[in-house]
Write a new protein. Structure first.
Length: 752
């Protein structure tokens, strides 16, 4: 009999122990992530009293796959359009928090005389709060619908994105082992180049592909295709010098813009949960009790640094983002912990061999401690504000609130600012697309043409054919770069506003023409040996031809419209199925009034009642603006609209009103049936005797259903099957009927 591979034994041990520990943590209402870490500690060689994992290399390989799928799922839940719509407030808060917490981490590391790379990676770890833990804490405390919670979640999303960028930059720093400015700028430019290229090409190509094969895809095929795309992008990402996790995140963010995003997210979730559990177990396997004892003082100091640092600098950061003092304190106190990305950054440091072995278990211990303290920190925010309010001068608090809340969320940008911003973005995007197309043609098409037309005498022809094809491919991009926004409302308004604007406007066109000519010049210069003057003249002629070509204009517009359609496909699908939130959200005049969704429980006492009967506005002060049912939205429902189980009520109100409303929705329920064992249905035979009260009555007149809660299922007439009992038939002596009902109801019927 063949032996089971060590990996199977290890997986069995990991999953069984993780299952038992997480059940205990679920019972204790603690985050499952902590359960996985504890399970990893129990199956590690550092725990001598339990069975240990043998094949460490394979487990860590699976853990790396877990990181990849975790970031793929994060990308599926992420949307670049959401980030753009957030405005500047979350961006300001996020960047400020990351800066302050990173500096605190570096300073603490230096205080203990740790190495430079330990200090840098520690700063990155301390800057990342845990999205999973905070979301769970908000859910458990009933704060998820509160306005400040929405701000915290926006900052957490941005932190996760910046964590991806931070991982790439830390890899670049670790490889060079220095912090030269030129290297950092090069790394940032490389990230930006590939990020824009992958997103633009991916959003153009992948939704188009999924749309074409939509009729052929079931859940199984969609899962395989999605994970295949994830792994393909992860491989490609490593080929160009980034991590596989970065590529997985990018593919997830591309698929997030497709109609199939929610379906993919549900299909991938079990895979993510499995591999994610193995990753967090592998984190726990690195915890060494001896290191925790030896580094007890640094652990304690790091915990205090996170708690105090987030409470102070987090509050300041949210105030800089436009929150009032009270709201900023609630936000800052909520983020006082570290979690998943801290482990991932620590794993990156270990894999690169640039951080000390002790740092990983120290960070895990800090994360576990701060996670347990998270609910208490969230609850502490309001009492801390009340105490601060009593000790600070009222004028100072009013000044702080006025200073923070005076930021305008939607500032009216000038025409010049809007126009130049749009032109710059277009120029960068189309330059990246043109550069990528040229690189692909010179890398693959040019060698192929040299193979097809061998010999030195045929080389110019091969170069010329490649150059012409390259220019044809990049022509739509160059035309869009030069012509786009030249007929926009801002351009027309500035042109008509003053003669002084006309020369700068013409200069913006000239700059873009020069950039387009530079691309033509580069292609020609790479492939030929013409003089520079001739190349410039040829480039100008080609650009002029591109600008006035109707075919290229049509092609450019078609490509752009297809890209915009793919980019908005999920949004269009949401509008069609009534899932898109109203446009007026975020524009409510009262800052304390916002929108939240509440699902009606299956056992709610509200079901079957109309909005008029529930009178929610008078009782709780909330207004029901929409009701979602079965993928459809009913906007502005009238008072006669009846509420059903699983309806999603979209309400408008304040945090205090939402708290009262949610408590009522949760409390006004049927609850568990204490007599569930008595609800079993029985089938009985009933013979109508001479003294039966049912003789001469119809089924309705007998009251068998209304008075006795039983149902006649048939009449026995000596046939092979029962006959239906007609409603107008009257009971006669000797009738044999079969009745269904609960035991007590049947007993009462038999005694009648």
């Amino acid at each position: 009999m063949s032996e089971i591979p060590e990996l199977i034994n290890d997986l069995a041990l990991i999953l069984v122990v993780a299952g038992i520990v997480t059940l205990i943590f679920k019972r204790l209402k603690q985050p499952l992530v902590l359960g996985y870490i504890v399970a990893g500690f129990l199956v590690s060689p550092n725990m001598p009293y339990t069975a240990s994992v043998v094949d460490h290399a394979s487990v860590h390989l699976w853990a790396d796959i877990g990181v990849m799928f975790l970031l793929f799922s994060l990308g599926l839940d992420f949307s670049f359009k959401k980030i753009l719509k957030m405005g500047a407030s979350p961006i300001i808060s996020t960047c400020t928090i990351i800066f302050f917490m990173s500096m605190l981490g570096v300073l603490v590391g230096q205080a203990f005389h740790w190495s430079k790379m330990d200090c840098i990676f520690l700063g990155g770890m301390l800057a990342m709060s845990s999205t999973t833990i905070i979301y769970k804490a908000f859910d458990d405390l009933g704060l998820r619908q509160q306005q400040f919670a929405g701000m915290v979640m926006s900052v957490l999303i941005l932190e996760d994105i910046l964590a991806i960028v931070m991982m790439v930059m830390l890899s670049a720093v670790a490889s060079g082992n220095d912090l030269e400015g030129g290297q950092m700028i090069e790394a940032i430019m490389k990230i930006a180049f590939f990020l824009i290229l992958w997103l633009v090409v991916g959003i153009f190509a992948i939704p188009l592909f999924l749309r074409r094969v939509r009729s052929l895809i079931n859940n199984e095929v969609l899962l395989v295709v999605s994970l295949g795309l994830c792994c393909a992008m992860a491989v490609f990402s490593t080929k160009v010098g980034f991590s596989s996790a970065f590529g997985a995140f990018i593919m997830g963010s591309i698929l997030a813009e497709t109609v199939e995003a929610e379906r993919i997210e549900k299909l991938v979730e079990p895979v993510k949960n499995l591999f994610g559990a193995i990753f967090f177990v592998s984190v726990g396997m690195l915890v060494d009790p001896k290191i925790l004892v030896d580094y007890a003082l640094p652990i304690l100091l790091l915990v205090l640094t996170i708690l105090v640092g987030q409470a102070v600098f987090g509050t300041i950061s949210f105030m800089l983002g436009g929150e009032s003092l009270k709201s900023a304190m609630r936000c800052g106190f909520s983020m006082a912990q570290i979690g998943e990305f801290s482990f991932i950054i620590a794993s990156l440091g270990l894999s690169l061999g640039v951080i000390s072995d002790f740092l990983y278990p120290v960070v895990v211990a800090v994360s576990v401690t701060t996670t347990f303290l998270t609910p208490y920190m969230i609850r502490l925010a309001t009492p801390a504000y009340n105490r601060l309010e009593r000790h600070l001068p009222k004028k100072l608090i009013l000044s702080l609130n006025h200073l923070s809340m005076s930021h305008e969320h939607t500032q009216q940008q000038s025409n010049w600012k809007r126009l130049l911003t749009q032109m710059t973005i277009n120029t960068i995007v189309y330059s990246i697309l043109s550069s990528a197309a040229i690189a692909l043609m010179f890398t693959f098409a040019l060698p192929f043409m040299h193979t097809l037309l061998p010999g030195q005498e045929l080389r110019p022809y091969a170069n010329a054919i490649t150059g012409i094809l390259t220019i044809i491919i990049i022509a739509p991009f160059l035309r869009a770069m030069v012509m786009k926004k030249n007929k926009s409302e801002e351009f027309k308004a500035l042109w008509a506003e003053s003669n002084r604007n006309r020369l700068p406007l013409l200069f913006t066109i000239l700059v873009r023409v020069i950039i387009a000519v530079a691309f033509i010049f580069y292609v020609c210069n790479y492939l030929t040996h013409f003089a520079s003057a001739l190349l410039i003249c040829f480039g100008i002629v080609v650009v002029v031809g591109i600008v006035f070509s109707r075919w290229i204009k049509h092609r450019s517009i078609t490509l752009e419209r297809l890209f915009i359609q793919n980019l908005r496909s999920r949004e269009i699908e949401a509008q069609v199925h009534g899932k898109k939130r109203p446009l007026y959200e975020g524009r409510l005049l009262d800052r304390d009034v916002h929108i939240a969704d509440f699902e009606v429980p299956a056992d709610s006492l509200w079901m079957g009642q109309s909005l008029k009967q529930l009178n929610l506005g008078q009782k709780y002060g909330v207004l029901i603006s929409s009701i979602m049912r079965g993928g459809r939205r009913v906007n502005i429902p009238d008072g006669d609209y009846v509420v059903f189980p699983y309806d999603v009520l979209q309400a408008i109100g304040s945090d205090a009103q939402f708290t009262t409303f949610r408590d009522a929705l949760e409390k006004e329920r049927f609850g568990e049936d204490p007599d569930v064992e008595m609800r079993e249905m029985k089938l009985r035979q009933l013979v109508i005797g001479s003294d039966s009260p049912f003789i001469g009555k119809t089924l309705i007149e007998s009251g068998i259903r209304d008075l006795y809660s039983c149902m006649v299922v048939g009449l026995e007439e000596g046939k092979e099957s029962l006959s239906a009992f007609r409603p107008n038939r009257r009971f006669q002596e000797g009738d044999i009927i079969w009745v269904v009902g609960e035991l007590e109801a049947l007993d009462a019927l038999m005694k009648a």
